[in-house]
Write a protein that binds this ligand. Structure first.
Ligand SMILES: [Zn+2]
Length: 396
């Protein structure tokens, strides 16, 4: 068993010990506040058990459930939170129905017992926090913080018992406070479970992260749609993408790479489903590297000071839009050509008109990967090269 799982089991054992001590004190003293605290610890045992159950279920293939049994975790959490709310309601009913003693019985024993639970909670939360940092497990760290906050609610109860020893009837008030906190966390768990069971979308941050990961790939022209949801602790992602590729084979490969990247960087992803289609717009985007005179074609690529970017009608070859762009990477020390290639792809480049075949060079690879073609020309004048290219393209 790995150390973080061992610590998770220890957390369950500790909480079970706390349940036993608190239940005994509640029965002996009749304190409603301690009874509420016992219910709280019991709910902690159940939620820790759900976490371990979730890990076990996640590894198990189930023939009748092709999307996995992950949601069992949410279903159990929902059931548990309803039971906790019901138990809280019972305590409140007793408080307002005048049940339970105004001053708990056997106070010295109750005070000793509650003090003992505080010491146990304090020691265990420190131990778990240390283990959590050692193993880098966020769930252990979260659990340690939770147990620490439980210690604070036990302190409220201890204070109430000490007040009772002085003759103050404050046990019921402490019970109401404890029930309020139990009910609050139970309602949060209940709402979260229902959201997951109804396939609510992933939160905004995760969706933004997916968008960033996908768009970082220069071969992705656009994201049409993202659907993503949780099931248990796992995520399911569906993407509808437009790719800058022409062949189906290549599209599959790009989709596979994006799938792996999303799984690796997002974490706890069960599956990524990608619908990809090649881009086929009305317009074709071409670029030409220019010399400082802004008309003749540059013999360089990365070091060309200007680029003419042209969008033309795919059918007629008619120019719709034209831009003169200054090369933003002219002063870069390294990998100018590659940076320029990526920049042009972001601008939607599909055809580069060049006096050289760049195919075996770095920028050529980047352009080819991005689905752009290189059209080699003998012309010196950019306008004439464009004219020809437009005709060639419209005839095919
Ligand atoms: Zn707790």
């Amino acid at each position: 068993m790995d150390p973080s799982q061992k610590t998770a089991w220890l957390s369950i054992a500790t909480n079970m010990l706390l349940v036993a001590i608190k239940t005994s004190i509640a029965l002996i003293s009749g304190s409603l506040a301690v009874a509420a605290d016992a219910i709280h610890s019991l709910s902690d045992v159940v939620s820790s058990a759900i976490i371990l159950l979730g890990i076990k279920i996640a590894d198990r293939p189930a023939r009748g459930f092709p999307y996995g049994l992950y949601k069992v975790e949410n279903l159990v959490a929902m059931g548990t939170s309803i039971l906790i709310l019901f138990a809280g309601y019972e305590i409140i009913k007793t408080v307002f129905g005048g049940g339970g003693p105004a001053i708990p019985r056997q106070l010295p024993l109750a005070i000793t017992g509650v003090s003992l639970t505080i010491v146990i909670t304090w020691l265990f939360s420190r131990y778990e926090l240390k283990k959590g940092h050692e193993t880098g497990s966020p769930s252990l760290i979260a659990d340690a913080r939770h147990i620490w906050s439980d210690m604070l609610s036990s302190l409220v109860i201890l204070t109430a018992l000490l007040g009772s020893a002085l003759g103050l009837a404050i046990d019921k008030y402490a019970a109401v406070i404890v029930v309020f906190f139990i009910a609050r966390s139970a309602i949060i768990i209940l709402l979260d479970s229902v959201r997951v069971l109804l396939d609510a979308s992933l939160n905004y941050q995760s969706l933004t992260r997916i968008r960033e990961i996908v768009l970082a790939d220069t071969r992705v022209a656009a994201i049409n749609n993202i659907w993503a949801r949780n099931a248990g602790r796992y995520k399911f992602v569906e993407l509808d993408l437009i790719l800058r590729v022409k062949e189906l084979e290549k599209g599959h490969q790009v989709a596979k790479e994006i799938e792996n990247r999303v799984k690796r960087e997002l974490g706890q992803v069960d599956r990524v489903l990608i619908h990809a289609q090649p881009r086929q717009g009305e317009l074709l985007t071409m670029a030409i590297p220019l010399n400082p005179d802004q008309e003749t074609i540059s013999d360089h690529f990365g070091e060309a000071p200007f680029f003419r970017l042209v969008r033309l009608q795919r059918r007629s070859g008619h120019i719709v839009e034209e831009e003169l762009l200054a090369n933003p990477y002219l002063e870069e020390e390294k990998a100018k050509g590659i940076k320029v290639a990526k920049w042009l792809l972001e601008k939607g480049l599909e055809v580069l008109i060049s006096r050289h075949d760049q195919a075996d060079k770095g920028p050529g690879f980047v352009l080819g990967n991005g689905g752009a073609e290189i059209l080699v020309t003998e012309e010196k004048s950019a306008s004439r090269a464009l004219n020809q290219a437009g005709k060639v393209n419209s005839s095919t």
